[in-house]
Design a protein around this ligand. Sequence first.
Ligand code: SF4
Length: 213
Amino acid sequence: MESRSEQTAPLIAVARHRLMVDGQGVTTLVAFHGCTLHCQYCLNVECLKPEGLWRTVAPDELLDEVMIDNLYFLATGGGVTFGGGEPAIRSGFIDAFCRMAPSEWHFTIETALNVDRQHLERLLPHIHEYYIDIKDINPDIYRRYTGQDNSRVLDNLQWLLSHDGMADRIIVRLPHIPDFNTDEDVQHSRDYLSSLGVTRFDEFTYQRKNQTT
Ligand code: SF4
């Protein structure tokens, strides 16, 4: 069993009273510092920079704070959304947090899935809904955009989908990425992911780094 200090996690933000933005009902977003990728148009660049670290917390400390919205969560079917950064690499912390939290809370994770399988195994008993930012399934586009290989992402996605009822709990985010993929590339990703059993997609367009709108 990990000690309390080993279970602490670095945060960049905690945002309360989010309504139907990143999970059902009223949610509190817990955003972790650190990521396995380095996306060209990362919207949360503070998660990649040492100076972006806001504070480090223990699971029980965070629970005490988040508990203030317990009645909102219970009334709306909401709960906590884990984001970042890459929250899945904080699976030990999330496991400890969810074990202590009220069982009625709804837990959502926003992940790029480019993590070791052991993290997903630890999260599986707790997470109700997965928002998966797949980037692009073409490995060349993915590498150019994130700096990493995507074979682990597709393996992890297939592993998740192998669990009963999981397709209803997964929303795959399919970005149109200016200068990196085309509409045809996005359609190719969508077709391939549909063939794996993905049914829920969120297609949108990333902003370039130097764009302000
Ligand atoms: S996966 Fe998300 S948090 Fe990580 S670098 Fe890419 S956009 Fe940023």
